[in-house]
Design a protein around this ligand. Structure first.
Ligand code: NAP
Length: 473
């Protein structure tokens, strides 16, 4: 049943429901309500899990799962403009970036559809030991069970896709809890999934108090795996409390980039400015810290400021806006505090536009212990610091508890490979901003940034388990 319009419903156990309580979804730019969704709690979560349990008992064959995933992709591609407008309205994401997210989400379902058709195990060379001789053995890949998916506000369509699509490819029903700020995109996806033929129970979407819903998902033994994308404290706490489940975490970063001598300075600075401030820096791999060799530092910092000041700041619904608001006023004010405490010099930004949007901010030479240097800013701020050598740059890039993605711009292949080996991150991007992600890539962090890789091929491995079959010959 379609739920378009201002008031939406939640898909729980195959039915579109209301609960009598509502959550207002508010534009981060104007502060006006852009929709309302029912607020669900423990009872609806248990109902969703009951339905997921029934779905698990009637498995869908791989070819049907693959067809449904391909159909979701097709429907999404056909309605990508509508999806982009929804993302922009609820997340405050500029339309340019929202369109890219909608296109990427469609591709995520395609990649998952392919994975559904090639779920295989391995044969085991049994005669490699005397003990195994006379036996044949192989593994089957089985769905791990019910997947609970918890997603953040910043990519409300594609990060839901990175959980739902591989889970369905693996044969796992999903109970999804999107961020309270951005539930509309997830509900839109649930509509498309239903239209694509996903049977009842395979997907439920619960908006509501995170602690209450989360507690049920942690405590209920039927949940086999929790896939969480969001902030570190919430993620690690879930992992600690759900110690008998697989808890897969995609968390934050304080993304560093190293700029070697000999690169094209204006081109590199322009690219890094775009990737520091796209979606107001609210990507887990927004460029946050730039380390530039001393000999290029002044020219680079100048070009970075010029490129930053050329970005258009304001209403995310306008076609030419590059940088919109951060998700909440309280977050904007926190980012301003971090800027004030940075100990560096402000080269541009650190002020609000007339409509209250924080301007992209470049800070030169912040204190090494400043939050903007060590923690995840998740706002429109980038720091730029001179370094004496690539070794020093690598040491500073690694001086964080995070390890999701890092980048280096260099014309020297040996420098690139050395950095790739020594940067303690899940991914190292050479001669491209480390904000780069294509949806088929293995994507995930080390250290405080998480404990898994997403990208359908990798996520499907996480969401399946191998069952060994041994035959006596
Ligand atoms: P968040 O505050 O941690 O929220 C993420 C999700 O967790 C939301 O759905 C939230 O629900 C839910 N949640 C909060 N408390 C919970 C609890 N006690 N039990 C269960 N669920 C709970 O993060 P965010 O502000 O939305 O997102 C920003 C963070 O996500 C940043 O740190 C960013 O780096 C990270 N991120 C990582 C990746 C990656 O792939 N590595 C991608 C994107 C974002 P409510 O909204 O209802 O509170």
């Amino acid at each position: 049943m379609p739920t378009t319009g201002f008031d939406r419903r939640l898909l729980v156990g195959g039915e579109w429901i209301e609960t009598g309580e509502w959550i207002d979804v508010v534009s981060p730019y104007s502060g006006e309500a852009v929709g309302r969704v029912p607020s669900a709690g423990a009872a609806e979560t248990t109902r969703a899990l009951d339905a997921a349990q029934s779905a698990l008992a009637s498995p869908l064959p791989a070819h049907e799962r693959a067809s449904i995933l391909a159909a979701i992709s097709g429907l999404l591609a056909g309605r990508s403009e509508e999806a982009a407008r929804l993302i922009s309205a609820e997340a405050g994401k500029p339309m340019k970036a929202a369109r890219i997210e909608a296109e990427r989400a469609a591709s995520t379902y395609v990649f998952a559809s392919v994975e559904a058709r090639k779920l295989t195990g391995e044969t085991v060379p049994m005669d490699a030991s005397a003990a195994g001789s006379g036996k044949l053995a192989f593994t089957l890949r089985r769905p791990v069970g019910i997947v609970a998916a918890i997603s953040p506000f910043n990519f409300p369509l594609n990060l839901v896709a990175h959980k739902l699509a591989p889970a369905l490819a693996a044969g796992c029903p999903v109970v999804l809890k999107p961020a309270s700020a951005t539930p509309l995109s997830a509900i839109f996806l649930a509509e498309l999934a239903e239209e694509a033929g996903l049977p009842p129970g395979w997907l439920s979407v619960l908006a509501g108090p995170a602690g209450e819903i989360g507690d049920v998902l942690v405590a209920d033994e039927r949940v086999a795996l929790i896939t969480f994308t969001g902030s570190g404290p919430v993620g690690w706490d879930l992992a600690a409390r759900a110690s008998r489940k697989r808890v897969r975490l995609e968390l934050g970063n304080a993304t560093p980039v190293i700029v070697d001598d000999g690169v094209e300075i204006v081109e590199t600075a322009t690219k890094l400015a775009a990737n520091s401030f796209s979606f107001a820096g609210q990507s887990c791999i927004s460029v946050q810290r730039i380390y530039v060799l001393e000999s290029s530092y002044d020219a680079f910092a100048h070009a970075l400021v010029q490129a930053t000041e050329a970005l258009r700041v304001g209403d995310p619904g306008l076609e030419d806006t590059d940088v919109g608001p951060v998700i909440r006023q309280s977050e904007r004010d926190r980012v301003l505090d971090w800027i004030r405490e940075s100990g560096g010099s402000i080269l541009t930004g650190a002020e609000l536009t007339v409509d209250g949007v924080l301007r992209p901010t470049v800070i030169a030479r912040p204190a090494r212990e400043a939050k903007v240097e060590c923690d995840e800013v998740f706002g429109p701020v980038v720091t730029v610091s001179p370094v004496a050598s690539i070794d020093e740059a690598i040491e500073r890039a690694n001086a964080t508890r995070y390890g999701l993605q890092a980048g280096i711009f260099t014309p020297r292949i040996k420098t690139a490979l050395r950095a790739a080996e020594r940067l303690e991150f899940g991914g190292v991007v050479v001669n491209e901003a480390p904000t780069f992600r294509a949806d088929q890539m293995p994507y995930g962090g080390v250290k405080g940034s998480g404990n898994t890789k997403e990208g359908p091929a990798w996520a499907v491995r996480e969401m399946t388990e191998e069952r060994l079959v041994v035959l006596a010959l």
